[in-house]
Design a protein around this ligand. Structure first.
Ligand code: HEC
Ligand code: HEC
Length: 496
């Protein structure tokens, strides 16, 4: 029998010396130049510490069923007319396809949900305009920001949620969310989550039900069946009371009593907290919306032929000359840090005292120099999750990429015509506002950058390699009905 020749330590040292000499004599740039694009990209990904995503966590079937029911059930909306899925619907790639979302008490205009109190009026020869126009003049206005997609949020690298990262884990291990104070004395206060909350995604799920405009509604309102909104009656800043009122509602439904018992057999009914609901919702989100089969993820897993030629060229730009990966970094394609990318402000932000959305400067200790900064978004399935940016300012992926390549000049030349009619008149692109936005931008982003159409198109192709084929059709994640028996509310309902 032939035995494989074992390299002796002497051989190894010899080989090492030979390699070193070779390395010193061969001009290294030549090696890099000649390396094939696959090897080049692999080297760049390694340098940038881009690894495969964590495998999906396992949850019990009972927990997932409860999470799915709660995600789609308008019962946890004060007026029973909006659920998580209304703004994060599987048929619109876990977002809602709108620049800004509409929460409770919407009316339907041509298949689109519109805030109560705001009416689109046709004006001869012009775009229809919004009566009152100010996005915040309705009782429950548009949400201040664009609904983000919620793909792959179970990965352990996630440590913040929201466009301004106001939901995060504090050094003491507590999950907290910075909230605007009702009184104007201080900028914000912290909602500290009960220890039951398992992760940052579950901490986020505690919040939409508190928001008057998104899900809770307000005092004195009734749902479409005329039932009084008891959740809207609770005074603001009494989070525990609001959560308790919602648990009470759920416990009044027999199917939910059974589902909570099945998902949390160790708990007595009076030990159930809304945080248990939030943990179940997070489990459902992770289980249903985590994917690993995009060409890029397959490439990361070692399938060297997963990317097309344009996608490879785009990836080399993304991790090379165009420097996108300096912010869209790591396996999540976000550093979860905040930048002013010069996106045109549209309408007011979360603080109605301000004309514009100031980003992380609100509800945080950040100062004036941090105006207009938003968290770098992750990019998986970005092809499907239009419109883009914190306020949905760009409706096409190419538009978003062109903006990112040359933020200053794109801000100067912003075209409001791409927006849905109701947002066009709310764009703040006067020269004064543009100047104000530019004031806190990175100087490098203000200089126009020139990229060829081919380079732009390659970058777009690379971004399309982040699309998971499974994410294109998420119909199987939608239940046939919800335990409350209420109708489910789509982002694009049939017209009245
Ligand atoms: C009326 C629309 C609306 C409803 C209803 C709604 N959301 Fe959202 N969601 C948004 C908007 C808008 C944001 C971004 C807000 C911000 O960043 O300030 C958001 C942010 C999020 C995020 C953060 C993602 C990230 O990475 O930053 C998650 C997760 C999420 N929502 C899940 C949920 C869940 C779970 C529910 C139900 C309990 C829900 N949403 C209800 C509109 C909505
Ligand atoms: C300095 C950090 C930084 C760099 C460099 C950067 N981005 Fe971004 N990117 C962001 C931030 C922050 C946003 C959100 C801005 C906002 O909404 O105001 C964003 C938004 C986006 C979006 C919209 C995604 C969505 O879901 O709304 C895309 C697409 C994008 N970037 C692609 C790119 C590409 C391609 C490059 C390279 C040409 C790039 N970015 C360079 C930080 C950066």
């Amino acid at each position: 029998m032939k035995r494989p020749i074992k390299p002796s330590p002497i051989h190894a040292v010899g080989a090492l010396i030979a390699l070193l000499i070779l390395g010193m004599t061969l001009p290294t740039p030549l090696v890099a130049e000649e390396a094939d694009p696959v090897a080049k990209l692999q080297a760049l990904l390694e340098q940038n510490h881009v690894t495969v995503l964590d495998p999906k966590q396992e949850y019990s079937k009972e927990r997932l069923e409860l999470g799915q029911a709660l995600f789609f059930d308008p019962l946890i909306g004060g007026n029973r007319d909006v659920s998580c899925a209304t703004c994060h619907h599987p048929l619109t790639a876990t977002a809602d396809g709108r620049s800004r979302a509409v929460g409770t008490r919407a009316y339907v205009d041509k298949g689109r949900r519109m805030p109560e109190g705001l009416r689109l009026v046709d004006v001869e020869g012009r775009d229809p305009v919004l009566m009152g126009f100010n996005l915040s003049s309705a009782a429950h206005p548009f949400t201040p920001r664009n609904s983000p997609e919620i793909f792959n949020r179970g990965d352990s690298d996630w440590h913040s949620m929201f466009w301004d990262s106001r939901c995060y884990q504090r050094e003491d291990g507590k999950f907290v969310v910075n909230q605007a104070r009702l009184t104007k004395t201080e900028n914000y206060y912290q909602v500290v989550m009960p220890d039951i909350v398992e992760n940052v995604l579950a901490a986020q799920a505690m919040m939409p039900v508190l928001s008057n405009a998104e899900m809770r509604g307000t005092k004195g309102e009734r749902d479409s069946a005329g039932v009084h909104n008891e959740v809207g009656e609770v005074l603001g800043q009494n989070e525990e009371e609001i959560w308790a009122a919602l648990v009470q509602r759920l416990m009044n439904v027999e199917a939910y009593r059974k589902m909570f018992k099945a998902a949390y057999p160790e708990l007595a009914q009076d030990e159930i907290h809304f945080a248990h609901a939030a943990n179940a919702i997070a489990a459902f989100e992770i289980d249903s919306f985590s994917f690993y089969d995009s060409p890029f993820d397959r490439f990361l897993a070692g399938e060297t032929d997963a990317l097309s030629e344009p996608q490879l060229r785009g990836a080399l730009l993304f991790y090379g000359k165009a420097n996108c990966a300096s912010c869209h970094s790591g396996k999540l394609l976000t550093d979860q840090k905040h930048y002013n990318m010069g996106v045109v402000p549209i309408g007011p932000g979360p603080n109605e005292q301000e004309d514009y959305d100031l980003g992380i400067m609100l509800r945080s200790d950040y100062g004036l120099e941090d105006r207009f900064k938003f968290r770098t978004p992750p990019l998986r399935n970005v092809e499907l999750t239009f419109p883009y940016m914190h306020n949905g300012a760009y409706t096409t992926l190419e538009g978003a990429v062109r903006h990112q390549l040359s933020p200053g000049s794109e801000l100067d030349n912003y075209d409001a015509g791409q927006l849905e009619p109701e947002f066009r008149g709310a764009v703040h692109n006067s020269s004064e506002v543009v100047k104000l936005v530019k004031k806190t931008m990175d100087p490098a982003h203000k200089i126009p950058a020139y990229y060829s159409d081919e380079e732009v198109s390659d970058l777009v192709e690379f971004l399309k390699s982040l699309t998971s084929p499974s994410a294109r059709n998420l119909e199987s994640t939608i239940p046939e009905s919800v335990p409350s028996g209420l109708p489910m509310v789509l982002p694009f309902p049939a017209s009245d």
